[in-house]
Design a protein around this ligand. Sequence first.
Ligand code: F6R
Length: 593
Amino acid sequence: MCGIVGCILNDKKAAPVLLECVKRLEYRGYDSVGIATPYNEIELKKDKGKIDDVDQKLNLGDIPGNMGIAHVRWATHGIPTRENSHPHNDCKNRISVVHNGIIENYKELKDELIREGHLFKSETDTEVIPHLIERYMDEGHDLEESVRKATNDLQGSFALAVFSLDEPGKIIGILKDSPLIAGKNESEYFLASDVPAILKQTNNIIYLKDGEMVILDEKEGVVVKDVEGNVVEKEVHIIDWTPEMAEKGGYDHFMLKEIHEQPKAVRDTLMGAEEIKKVVKEIKSIKRICFVACGTSYHASLIGKYLFESLMDIPIDVVLASEFEYSANTLNQETLVILITQSGETADTLKSLRIANKKSKTLAIVNVLGSRATREADHVIYTHAGPEIGVAATKTYVSQLACIYLLAIYMSKKEELLERLNQIPEEMEKILKKEDQIISIAHKYKDVQDFFFIGRGFSYPTAMEGALKLKEITYIHAEGYAAGELKHGPLALIDDEVPVVAVVPPGKSHDKTLSNVEEVRARGAHVIGVGSKKDDVLRSETVDLIGLDDEIDEMFSAIPYIVPLQLLSYHISVAKGIDPDKPKNLAKCVTVE
Ligand code: F6R
């Protein structure tokens, strides 16, 4: 994962700006942070820890120089330490590098470089890069050529930013299978892992392709070159997200803000109906759909399966992206592979997309404009959730669901369901008003060790997503289970110390799920019921009921019913003193397989 930034500013100090940008990338990793600028020598401040803590200790903005590079790390090779933090320099301290990605052949390269006499200071895969560049510069190549040669030696994925004291006024970026964008104002130039990182500085964005090299040059501005080194003319996109859209707006955490933004995110996504109709016209003669995704996006795909199979006579598969390469043999041109990914940069999903592109038609449902999935899929539908900063996906999930509902409605030609779909944002607004009740439930259960989440049909993926949210941001063990499966094993775990969250909307599965609620209550479990406020079983004394409107029937429950589960996890997280925006070991965008 990791986040990288580089900038050349006109006549102001670069370090405070780099610090500001890198803070907006903290969702990509927060094991360590570092900034380097070329001055008389390479000025470098870095250490392990969250950005604010390291900044307090080292005063990261206090580095001279009008240009530089910065990094936040999500550790892959080498534990979080100062030595393993980026930027990394060469032996002579004349070249500095920040890197996002994984260098798979770093061990061979490191051994080779050590034999040549290079001295390494860290355990990272990244450190081979400045030494390789040093090797080629020592052979007489300029920085650009040396970076090109060094990256030709690398196997794996990378987005890099590099400068050398020997070529002042220049920062070079290059990418393969890791995201990198560039941005520019009249006389200020940037590169970064994503758009929100530099949105406050500029909204003129250039998207880069694999193999392309971007050169930020004090005199020549932003120049992009292809693999052969030819200059390529790139379109400059004007991004209409405001920096405020990527900031907290008065909420304690991004996650809470993003939960509250969900009715708007769904409304905005539903407004993209025309875009979806157009795609539906283009994807005729489809006899099978295969959804591919990871994590929360996988849960959205599972809802897709229940929905499409309710509305259309067409087989639907759902495959975890990390498993897709082992099961993709039956794809053909009559199969539509739908890849769901909010970031559009998830390595497992991108790999699946490349496999699927060879054999079938592909459609990517993505939130991040210009991300890799949008450039590689045959068709693209955007969710209109705006930037999501909290690591745990919330508003992008409900927007993915809104897209899936529109797609299923148009593909099945059941437009009469649109009216029902359009009521959902209002229902979500009503549920958000129940936050105080959910806070008291969160306080009651914050110290338990294990949770079960159960549901049937459409509510089964909702239960899985509820359990995932709880695990991610509270570190409580939770399992999302098909309610009918409990008696085939996990019921043995249920007692008065294991609360069960039951997702019970009115509809086909309702009565059977209520029977399962009775089963767990009979074994002493405390139940948190999410369902109709008119249900007698859920209104009993041993159930904490989050009572929702009767009108939210099973088929349309997936979007509104996830809201109380997100709020429950969020408030348990806060009550436990955890920062829900930055759960340990996780990063927003998983660019490694
Ligand atoms: C959970 C979460 C992750 C992502 C997963 C896929 O809250 O955010 O499980 O859903 O890493 O990410 P995308 O959708 O960007 O492919």
